[in-house]
Design a protein around this ligand. Sequence first.
Ligand code: HEC
Length: 253
Amino acid sequence: MNQREKEEYLREYAILKAQGKPFFPYIIVKDGVMMIVVIGTIMLMSLTLGGELTAKADATTTTYAPRPEWYYFWAFELLKVIKPPELVGLATVGIPTIAMILLFLLPFYDRNPERHPLRRPLATTAGIFVISAMALLSYLGAEAGAPSQVNIDPPASIAAASHEDQVRWEAGRRLTAQSGCGGCHKIGPNGNDGPGPPLTEIGDRLKEGAIRETMINPTLPMPSFRELGPEALDEMAFFLSTLKSSGAAEGGH
Ligand code: HEC
């Protein structure tokens, strides 16, 4: 900003200030009314629509698959993009901290007097990039199937199988979703990519009996699921054994 621009700005500022209203009480009242409207709307909505409550917290569970609120999906996805364990600190603490410091120091390093976005190509590009990246990451986070669900359709062999097998398959699918396998395994579109191998085509590699045995006597860090009981383990092993690359399953028990 050169001397002439500065004087022009100060003159304009003095004129506007003379025309304006004092901050107190005018702006305070405006802000106050708006705050009451917003808080009142939220209170009214929670009273009439209610808030969605999820299952009660269970401090003893070892297979809880955490999911953030939607407005944190971008940070959640960032963790998936930045995979190596050594870099997790960078993704969770480093990048947000650097962004906060940059924002805090903005008035010191951005001395550009221009205000029109088109005359500020660097700032505009950086802004568009950050907003687009957050939007894309939020979308990916929202799209990624929750690890507490298994969204897989029955393979052709199950669709053609007896009603009893279809019921068992469905029970196995539901139990697998609820048992927290998705915390460590990718199953179709759901679950986390590791530390366990993907189970999407586990039927190609292991037979039903071997899958059942893995759940009872697993290799660490996978916990044993023995306490689920023989019936649940049978149904889950049956379900998992039908997950094959060809989509063709044995079925017919
Ligand atoms: C705490 C993480 C974790 C959880 C939870 C978990 N697993 Fe695993 N699972 C693993 C790991 C790690 C391995 C690989 C172990 C090894 O090195 O052999 C594995 C291996 C397996 C295998 C063998 C895969 C293969 O390709 O040989 C099967 C089958 C399996 N898990 C099924 C399940 C099922 C079903 C559940 C839920 C009831 C489950 N797992 C829950 C971590 C987990």
